[in-house]
Design a protein around this ligand. Structure first.
Ligand code: PEP
Ligand code: CO
Length: 455
C-alpha cells in the first residue's frame, strides 16, 4: 500500500510484475494520452449492475458462468467466431439454468482478454529461444525476435478490437439472437451430432414446451423481455497497468472511479501480492473484481488480500477463483474457505479447473485432461458443501470451435488427436462439446437434493 490516497496511477509507486519492457517510454506515454481521450468501453452503471448480480450469487441465489478464450487474437476478429463462442456460452447457461433452476450470470473472458502473464521471460519455439509472447496487446506471437518486441500502439489496437467485439456481442445479446425461442439455433452442427448435442436438444424441446404452456396459460410472452435478451458482461485479466489506468473514468453520477475497459477485471496468480501494484490498482476501482487463488496461497495471504480488495465486506465486490489442481483441491480449499468466511468477506467462490491442471505430453504439447477438469470441479463442490459455503461459479477456457486441445470427453479427444486442430495462442481450451459436457455435469452437481427435474 502507498501512503498516498488511491488514484488511477497510484500503482506507479509500487513494484509492478509482468509489465512489458517497452523499448520507447515516450511512445508509451503518447499512446496512453490517446487512450485517455477515447470513450469508455463499458459504463459504470453496467458494472454496478454486474456487482448486484454477483451479490445475489454470493448469497447463493445464482451461479456465475465465467468463460472464454485464454488469449484473444487480433487476427481472429470475425463475426462467425464471436457468434460461435456466444452460442456455446448461451448453451451452457441454458443447461445450467434449466438443470439447477438458478439465474446464471454470464461473464465472458472477451472483448479485452489480450494480455498474458508468463512464468518465464523467454520461451522456446521449434528449439529457438525467443522473448515470451505476452498477448496481442503487447507483442506478436510470430516466432521472430522482431515480432516479440513490445509495441505500445498495440494498446490502441486492443481498444478498437474490444469495441468491435463488444458492439457485436451487444447486438447479438439484445437484438434477437439470444431470444429463448432461438434455443435450437445455438446448437452448432458438429455439436448437434454429438451425444452432448442430442442431450441439449432434449432441454431445448423442454423449453419449447414450457413456452407453449405459458402462452396457453395466457402469459404474454412477447412482453417478458427476459425471454428475448440476455445480460452479457465482459472481463479480462487487468495485467498491463498503463492500459487499464488510461481507461479509468470517473462516474458522473457517483464521482467514483471505474476501469471502463471491462465490467469485471481480475488479477492472476502471478500478480495477487497485496503489497504490489496490481492489487493497489484494483483496490480503488469500483468495478466488481476477482483474483485467482493458486496452490501457494496461504490463509494469511488470502485474508490480507480480501482485506485490501474488499475492506467494506460488500457482497458482489470480490470473486475468488480457486485454481488449485485436482490433486490439491480437497486439502487446500477447505481452510481457505473457512478463513474467508470467518473474516466476514461475502465473496463469490468460483472454480477454475483449468490452470492448476496443465500437463505436457511426451511429444511436448501443452494439454489438460477433461477428467482432471471434472475432478477439480467435483472437489470444489464437495469442499464448499463441507464448509457450508455456496459454490458460486465456474471459470473455464473454452472456444466454440471444434478444436483438439484438451484430451478426453464423451467422444474423447486422444493424445494423438492433439495435432489435428490446435489453435490456442497460449493455453489449451475445451472445445464446444467438452464445454457442454462440463455444463451438464455442473448442473447435476448444483441440483438441489431430491430434485426430479429431468436433464
Ligand atoms: C489465465 O486465466 O489465463 C491465467 C493466466 O490464469 P492464472 O493467473 O490463474 O495462471
Ligand atoms: Co490461460
Amino acid at each position: 500500500m502507498t501512503n498516498q490516497p488511491w488514484s488511477p496511477d497510484s500503482w506507479r509507486a509500487l513494484p509492478a510484475d509482468q509489465q512489458p519492457d517497452w523499448p520507447d517510454p515516450a511512445a508509451v506515454e503518447a499512446t496512453l494520452a490517446e487512450l485517455r481521450a477515447l470513450p469508455p468501453l463499458v459504463f459504470a452503471g453496467e458494472a454496478r449492475q454486474l456487482r448486484r448480480a454477483l451479490a445475489d450469487v454470493a448469497a447463493g441465489r445464482g451461479f456465475l458462468l465465467h468463460v472464454g478464450d485464454c488469449a484473444e487474437s487480433f487476427r481472429d476478429l470475425s463475426a462467425p467466431r464471436i457468434r460461435d463462442n456466444l452460442k456455446i456460452m448461451l448453451q451452457m447457461a441454458t443447461v445450467l439454468t434449466y438443470g439447477a433452476a438458478l439465474p446464471v450470470v454470464k461473464l465472458a473472458r472477451a472483448a479485452g482478454q489480450f494480455a498474458k502473464p508468463r512464468s518465464n521471460p523467454t520461451e522456446f519455439v521449434d528449439g529457438v529461444e525467443l522473448p515470451s509472447f505476452r498477448g496481442h496487446l503487447v507483442n506478436d506471437d510470430l516466432p521472430d525476435p522482431a515480432a516479440r518486441v513490445p509495441d505500445p500502439s498495440r494498446m490502441v489496437q486492443a481498444y478498437h478490437q474490444s469495441t468491435a467485439r463488444l458492439n457485436l456481442l451487444r447486438a447479438f445479446t439484445k437484438g434477437g439472437f439470444a431470444d429463448l425461442t432461438q434455443v435450437h439455433l445455438w446448437n452448432q452442427e458438429f455439436v448437434a451430432r454429438s451425444a452432448e448435442g442430442r442431450r441439449y436438444e432434449g432441454i431445448a424441446h423442454g423449453i419449447d414446451d414450457a413456452l407453449r404452456f405459458m402462452a396457453a396459460c395466457g402469459i404474454d410472452l412477447e412482453r417478458e423481455h427476459q425471454l428475448h435478451e440476455v445480460d452479457l458482461y465482459t472481463s479480462h485479466e487487468g495485467l498491463v497497468l498503463p492500459y487499464e489506468e488510461s481507461l479509468c473514468r470517473r462516474d458522473s453520477l457517483t464521482g467514483e472511479w471505474y476501469d471502463c475497459s471491462a465490467h469485471l477485471l481480475w488479477i492472476g496468480e502471478r500478480t495477487r501480492d497485496p503489497a504490489r501494484a496490481h492489487v493497489e490498482f484494483l483496490s480503488g476501482v469500483q468495478n466488481p473484481i476477482a483474483s485467482k487463488i493458486g496452490p501457494t496461497t496461504s490463509v494469511d495471504d488470502l485474508v490480507a488480500l480480501c482485506d485490501r480488495l474488499d475492506p467494506e465486506r460488500d457482497p458482489g465486490r470480490l470473486t475468488l477463483i480457486a485454481r488449485l489442481g485436482v490433486e490439491k483441491v480437497d486439502t487446500l480449499l477447505p481452510p481457505l474457505l473457512r478463513a474467508v468466511r470467518d473474516a466476514g468477506h461475502p465473496v463469490v467462490w468460483a472454480c477454475d479447473p483449468m490452470h492448476g491442471n496443465g500437463i505436457v505430453t511426451t511429444g511436448g504439447i501443452k494439454t489438460r485432461r477433461f477428467d482432471d477438469v471434472m475432478g477439480e470441479l467435483r472437489g470444489f463442490f464437495a469442499a464448499c458443501r463441507g464448509e457450508g459455503v455456496w459454490p458460486g461459479g465456474v471459470h473455464l477456457e473454452f472456444t466454440g470451435d471444434n478444436v483438439t486441445e484438451c484430451v478426453g470427453g464423451v467422444e474423447p479427444v486422444a493424445e494423438s488427436d492433439l495435432g489435428n486442430h490446435y489453435s490456442s495462442l497460449v493455453d489449451p481450451r475445451l472445445n464446444a462439446r467438452q464445454s457442454l459436457d462440463v455444463a451438464f455435469q455442473v448442473a447435476e452437481l448444483l441440483k438441489p437434493k431430491g430434485s426430479r427435474r429431468p436433464s
